[in-house]
Design a protein around this ligand. Structure first.
Ligand SMILES: [Zn+2]
Length: 95
């Protein structure tokens, strides 16, 4: 599956930004390959549920990640619909 997060392995802002590199930045989901890695399940609907649940409780991303004991970067990816296989826990934890 093509990586839904990027364009040819690069990420661009939704709204053009003068401080954003014109060549885009490296995609941290597919690591620049533009192919969704097999250990990542893409489910934007489930991501919306996670995000909606957090917002309804009035938590920031950081507060929620602390409460769930989940790395804030992982939680952000989950809210965008990227879910990692449990076996890959170590690879994303420190990114
Ligand atoms: Zn990508």
């Amino acid at each position: 599956m093509k990586c839904p997060n990027c364009l040819k392995g690069k990420v661009f802002p939704a709204v053009p930004h003068k401080n954003f590199p014109t060549e885009g930045i490296y995609c941290d989901i597919c690591h620049g390959t533009n192919i969704l890695p097999s250990h990542i399940k893409y489910d934007p609907t489930l991501g919306d549920i996670w995000k909606g649940s957090r917002i309804s409780k009035g938590f920031t991303l950081r507060e929620q990640s602390k409460q769930l004991k989940i790395n804030v970067i992982k939680l952000s990816k989950m809210e965008r619909g990227y879910f990692y296989d449990e076996g890959m826990t170590i690879s994303w934890r420190d990114k």
